[in-house]
Design a protein around this ligand. Structure first.
Ligand code: SAH
Length: 218
């Protein structure tokens, strides 16, 4: 086994200290979730030795799992409470969904690429998350009306605008976190619903893969 010499749990501890705590991740529940979820398991085995590096990594089909800091930052930005209902658009590897499932009771996650969704399902099942995470295949830019409204919506792919259905599916007091912009560069936004008003904050600049809008699956 090429990876037998790596101590993944030590690598995870170091990741939490050096990449998260030393920056601005202060939510203890987020830090605990990042220390617990085995990020390497969501990656192809050739990349296990880089799983806890400060970088995004490829997960196949031209898609990527975000840098650990970005996963932690977006999770913290959702300001979650234990009983919150959260929708993730862009399941990808399933890693972000697992981190969310460590903090709240139930996560809904949608992926437009069936191939990627299948791989995520396998690993989420193996790690025991199947009861806490409902996985769907489809265009998440339409949200998931059946389960709406959501206290949190996290979109892990970028688009030039925030799709209206996602804003419509935010509960009172709900938060939506999403990268907005073109291909090269985006701004991570947090939108909060307060009655009929939507409050908008710019959080940081970032680079995500594009959100595919209008296709049932790829
Ligand atoms: N959260 C993921 C990162 C995903 S990368 C993780 O933890 O690994 C973004 C993902 O969004 C890709 O898998 C891509 O296929 C998916 N995606 C793009 N457009 C989408 C859409 N409209 N609906 C659902 N998923 C979409």
């Amino acid at each position: 086994m090429i990876n037998s010499s790596i101590n993944f749990s030590e690598a995870r501890k170091a990741m939490v200290e050096d990449q998260l705590r030393l920056r601005d991740i202060t939510d203890e529940r987020v830090l605990a979730a990042m220390e617990k979820v085995p990020r390497h398991r969501f990656l192809p085995i050739e990349l296990w030795d880089r799983a806890y590096d400060d970088t995004p990594l490829p997960i196949g089909d031209g898609q990527t799992v975000s840098q650990p800091y970005m996963v932690a930052f977006m999770t913290q930005a959702l300001m979650l409470k234990e009983n919150d209902k959260v929708l993730e658009v862009g399941t990808g590897s399933g890693y972000q969904a697992a981190v969310l499932a460590e903090i709240i009771e139930h996560v809904y996650t949608i992926e437009v690429r069936p191939n990627i969704s299948r791989k995520a399902r396998k690993i989420l099942d193996e790690l025991g998350y199947s009861e806490k995470i409902t996985m769907l295949i489809g265009d998440g830019s339409r949200g998931l009306k059946e389960e709406a409204p959501y206290d949190g919506i996290i979109v892990t792919a970028a688009y030039t605008i925030i799709p209206t259905p996602l804003l419509d599916q935010l509960a009172e007091g709900g938060r939506l976190v999403m990268p907005v912009g073109g291909m090269e560069h985006q701004i991570l936004y947090r939108i909060m619903r307060k009655g009929t008003e939507l409050q908008c904050e710019r959080l940081l600049s970032c680079i995500f893969v594009p959100l595919v809008v209008g296709a049932d699956e790829l």
